[in-house]
Ligand binder design. Structure first.
Ligand code: NAP
Length: 301
């Protein structure tokens, strides 16, 4: 029964392309739409069917997944003139896997519900590697029985699937995730800077510390990229700043000071001021190089 669900997939970026491929490999029939048409070609070669708009995707699907960019992008593909809701019949399940504002998610879920469409927020963690390998953590907000209906889809894309609460709870947990990602990132670049200045081998430092109490995803996955001078995303500074903006706006509403998160946000602003918005988040090393007057990235040496 499960992989008889007809799946619609909107947004074939770094994450979406790999996630759609994993759904196809698990045997689901997948209809896709992407704003830039050329990106549909590759998933077509893997067996997906292209559609002309998000509206057309919804007409052909039992479940529609969106993974695009920021809050206004999700609103555009869901509520726009040719958006998902324009093509949705009652009973459609809409799963947004982008990282966006919890407040906006709750509003979208209400709008969808008025049309008989059940929505889940299901943002992910695990990066481009997790998307490729089908090992994403998926944090789900919405009704639990709706999650159970689409669980086989989530199992094709991820490993750690947790129902976090009602609509918006998935995005709130993702905001917690981004707080920790930001601070682990800062810890990683500070440790690499210290190692470089003190003259120890960077690769050995990473090798031994990833296995101990200091280990983090940032250290294990981004540390080696820094040492190689590879600042490609992965996850771009622009997107990390989007996520930290969501966190800091929510924290303001909660009257909660978040000193570390605000510091990471300001340091990444410096990366952006120097033209690094589309680099991976580990380009934070460039600010450390300037602050400490040293070079790790080979191009700078
Ligand atoms: P990406 O490579 O930049 O891809 C973004 C996708 O969204 C593209 O397909 C883009 O279409 C589409 N898009 C953006 N704005 C749109 C709009 N207004 N209307 C229609 N389509 C639009 O981004 P990504 O890295 O896959 O990230 C996607 C989402 O996943 C984001 O919310 C991000 O925060 C989240 N996320 C990313 C990672 C990661 O490591 N990359 C990890 C966890 C979560 P075009 O092809 O036309 O540009």
């Amino acid at each position: 029964m499960a992989n008889q669900l007809r799946v619609g997939f909107i947004g074939l970026g770094i994450m979406g392309q790999s996630m759609a491929r994993n759904l196809l490999q698990a045997g689901f029939s997948v209809t896709v739409w992407n704003r830039t048409e050329s990106k549909m070609k590759v998933v077509q070669d893997w067996g997906a069917t292209p559609a002309a708009s998000p509206q057309a995707v919804a007409r052909k699907s039992d479940v529609v997944i969106t993974i695009v960019g920021d809050t206004p992008d999700v609103e555009a593909v869901i509520t726009g003139d040719e958006g998902v809701l324009a093509g949705a019949k009652p009973g459609l399940i809409l799963v947004d896997m982008s990282t966006i504002s919890p407040d906006a998610t709750r509003q979208l879920a209400e709008q969808a519900s008025a049309q008989g469409v059940k929505m889940l927020d299901a943002p992910v963690s695990g990066g481009d590697i997790g998307a490729r390998e089908g090992t994403l953590s998926i944090m789900v907000g919405g009704e639990k029985d709706v999650l159970e209906k689409v669980r086989p889809l989530f199992e094709a894309m991820g490993k750690n699937i947790v129902h976090c609460g009602p609509n918006g709870a998935g995005q709130t947990v993702k905001a917690c995730n981004q707080i920790m990602c930001g601070l682990n990132l800062l810890g990683m670049v500070e440790a690499l800077s210290f190692a470089k200045k003190a003259g120890v081998d960077l690769e050995k430092m990473i090798q031994v510390t990833t296995q101990g109490a200091a280990g983090s995803w940032a250290l294990a996955n981004l540390g080696p990229r820094v040492v190689k001078g590879d600042l490609d995303p992965g996850f771009s500074v622009r997107f990390q700043q989007k996520d930290l903006r969501i966190v800091l706006q929510e924290a303001e509403q909660l009257e909660l000071p978040l000193l570390g998160t605000a510091a990471v946000n300001q340091l990444l602003r410096s990366v952006q001021a120097q033209g690094g918005s589309e680099d991976g988040t580990h380009a934070l090393i460039r600010v450390m190089e300037q602050l400490g007057n040293f070079s790790i990235i080979p191009d700078n040496e």
